[in-house]
Design a protein around this ligand. Structure first.
Ligand SMILES: NC(=O)c1ccc[n+]([C@@H]2O[C@H](COP(=O)([O-])OP(=O)(O)OC[C@H]3O[C@@H](n4cnc5c(N)ncnc54)[C@H](O)[C@@H]3O)[C@@H](O)[C@H]2O)c1
Ligand SMILES: N[C@H](CO)Cc1c[nH]c[nH+]1
Ligand SMILES: [Zn+2]
Length: 422
């Protein structure tokens, strides 16, 4: 990694910039894909699968039989691992479902919010360069807990673990469709793919841009969850080989992934570089990881405060704090998708099985967005009930405000009740 010593603050924005394609350029490539699916439906999807995925699809949907038999193609050890991950993710997400709390704002006036699962949701499971069946658990489990009635899955991969996990989380329909065309299919609906109300899931820059574009057309999305990234803040208590392994774990996702290492220790940065060279050589995906590493930076800073300021400015999808006072520093982090503390918390555990969700905002969106949770799959509907005592108490307030806004019909809706109290 290129070590950058003590950069001036003015250099930070350029240093921390992600290696993303120009928005205009990628939108120009994705918009025609969306239009083709909108205009041509299933036939358009098949043509795009041939063009981008080099596959000739006769059927878009996976059959009941495909889903039912997927488990037979997996070994027992993998099924057991998926079972453990399922339990942990379910446990962590179950606690997020809040029971409604009734609040009496004044005597006789009661308000509350009820959570309702979004009826029809679409989940995108990446499968271009690796079949991310773990993402099925990350999206399907909160959908299951939220009580979503229809869960449509699209993925470019036909890996049996994706179908096995889909059955486990109760996916209602699954399709072999990838890329921007999958997002368009779920947004507009086609002869075979049902139209949904909200689309979830990570993906490459085409998938993420498609989600952003369809969100302007009235279909909700979870968030921009594009190419993976990790930032690590490490001091001399960190083990260089652990730090290198964590950096490579996200670099191997793709050439457009980015990893960042920040430290106050020059010695640590040098040792991580040695470990990186050794570990990279042994990776089957070393070409992809090496391309991502070429975009990545190791930054030497003067103080812990400076490191924290830089990390908050970067707003990483994943932030690893491999430092002696990790918990204390966590309190000072206000921009990150998910934080991992200490030497024995590799980010991979969050990717697969510790319980937290791995669908997280990238490209600096962690400044304003949270990762996926049960909340993402529910709407909150407010409910209120006012009794006779309540209308007596609140009525004059509403009458006064409505009169001042010159909205007499609003005022009358209260006055007529006050005059007719039993
Ligand atoms: N942020 C998160 O929460 C998170 C989680 C998991 C994965 N990810 C990211 O998801 C991404 C997965 O990417 P992937 O590519 O492996 O799979 P993908 O499923 O996202 O994309 C593959 C699809 O892209 C389309 N495509 C490929 N080249 C194209 C082109 N030139 N023009 C138009 N469409 C094209 C194809 O149709 C293909 O099916 C990675 O970048 C990974 O880092 C992010
Ligand atoms: N690191 C990815 C989120 O950025 C999630 C993932 C799935 N499988 C492996 N990793
Ligand atoms: Zn990962």
């Amino acid at each position: 990694m290129n070590i950058i010593p003590f950069p001036e603050r003015a250099q930070w924005p350029a240093l921390l910039a992600r290696p993303v394609l120009e928005a205009k350029d990628i939108e120009g490539r994705v918009q025609p894909v969306l239009e083709q699916v909108k205009n041509e439906g299933d036939a358009g999807i098949k043509a795009l699968a041939l063009k981008f995925d080099k596959i000739e699809l006769t059927e878009l949907a996976f059959s009941e039989k495909d889903m039912a038999e997927a488990g037979d193609k997996l070994d027992d050890a993998l099924k057991a691992a998926i079972g453990v991950a399922y339990e942990n993710i379910y446990k962590f997400h179950k606690g997020q479902l809040q029971a409604p709390e009734k609040v009496e704002t004044m005597p006789g006036v009661t308000c509350w919010r009820k959570s309702v699962g979004i009826e029809k949701v679409g989940i995108y499971i990446p499968g271009g360069s690796a079949p991310l069946f773990s993402t099925v658990l990350m999206l399907g489990i909160p959908a299951q807990i939220a009580g979503c009635k229809e869960v449509v899955l699209c993925t470019p991969s036909d890996h049996p673990a994706i179908l096995y996990a889909a059955k486990l989380v109760g996916v209602t329909k699954a399709f072999r469709i990838g890329g921007a065309q999958a997002i368009a299919a779920m947004a507009y609906g086609t002869e075979s793919v049902p139209k949904v109300y909200k689309i979830f899931g990570p993906g490459n820059q085409y998938v993420t841009t498609a989600k952003m574009l369809i969100s302007k057309e009235g279909v909700a999305i979870d968030m921009p969850a594009g190419p993976s990234e990790v930032a690590i803040f490490a001091d001399d208590t960190a083990l260089p080989c652990f730090v290198a392994a964590d950096l490579l774990s996200q670099a191997e996702h793709g050439a457009d992934s980015q990893v960042l290492l920040v430290s106050t220790s020059k010695k640590l940065l040098g040792s991580v570089n040695i470990a990186l060279a050794e570990q990279l050589e042994a990776l089957p995906r070393k070409e992809l990881a090496a391309q991502a590493m070429a975009n990545s930076k190791a930054i030497l800073v003067e103080t812990e405060e400076e490191a924290i300021e830089m990390l908050n400015q970067y707003a990483a999808e994943h932030l690893i704090l491999s430092i002696a006072n990790a918990e204390e520093v966590t309190e000072k982090i206000f921009n990150a998708g998910s934080i991992f503390l200490g030497n024995y918390t590799p980010e991979s555990c969050g990717d697969y099985a510790s319980g937290t969700n791995h669908t997280l905002p990238t490209n600096g969106y962690a400044r304003a967005y949270s990762g996926v949770s049960v909340d993402s799959f529910v709407k909150k509907i407010t409910v209120q009930h006012i009794n006779e005592e309540g209308i007596r108490n609140i009525g004059p307030t509403v009458e006064a405000m409505a009169a001042a806004e010159s909205l007499d019909a609003h005022k009358n809706a209260v006055s007529i009740r006050l005059k007719n109290l039993l």
